[in-house]
Ligand binder design. Sequence first.
Ligand code: IPD
Ligand code: CA
Ligand code: CA
Length: 264
Amino acid sequence: MNWELVDRYAKSLIKEAGHKIRVSFFNRLDIDTKTNANDLVTNIDREIEQFFISRIKSDFPDHKILGEEGFGDTVETLAGVTWHLDPIDGTMNFVHQKMNFAISLGIYLDGVGILGYIYDVVRDDFYNAKKGEGAYLNDERLPQLGVVPLSDAIVGINARWVAPNRFIDNEKMIGLVLECRGTRSYGSAAIEQAFVATGRLDAYISMRLSPWDIAGGLVIAQEVGAVVTNLNGDAPHLLGQESFIVARPGLHNDILSNYIRLKK
Ligand code: IPD
Ligand code: CA
Ligand code: CA
């Protein structure tokens, strides 16, 4: 596989998709709901996914594509090359704020992340990484993450995981919120991972993310030394929804050991 070529191709596709999204701001948005009244999808999520898929299928016909909106393949194994695509991560923000959303893409070979991209379209911030070659923000290399104790850390977490919920002991999460320096929630798992990779956040936790939410960010975060696992401490399997944490080294273990108690 000529990964240099795939990398150049993916970057230009993502930039073109970002342009389409910016142009879409001038047109009326069609908004639908999916699994519940707050799970939004728009015509633009669908159009952007279809744009990626038609191009990738014609230029890399033997690659598989797992896209959130379901226009890609049914992916049951990660053998071969798989593109994990979220055309708009943070659709609620896209609809309500017209910012704080991103295109997220990870390209994997036999389950191993080779290329990762997060494009924060409105800020025009392009994060990317290639396995073993470092991570970049707008072509500037990101430094390796150092150690930060919880008392000095900003933790990315949605308040719903601090309220009683079916996934996790929320009393433990209250402890985490009280012990850290501060919390933030941006509403885009991709942007939150990019923020951990750049040190703007020190950790990000979620109870339930899909492969397309994490595949791009995982490659980027690992290239700067962040630790990425599910909340059992295992590597994400990228074949379905699971819990998620990305954090600086040291902090990852502290949070998992002392503040996470999963419900059975
Ligand atoms: C969602 C966002 C959100 C996260 C949800 C995701 P979507 O993705 O990343 O921050 O909390 O779990 O599903 O639906 O906007 O692509
Ligand atoms: Ca998403
Ligand atoms: Ca999405």
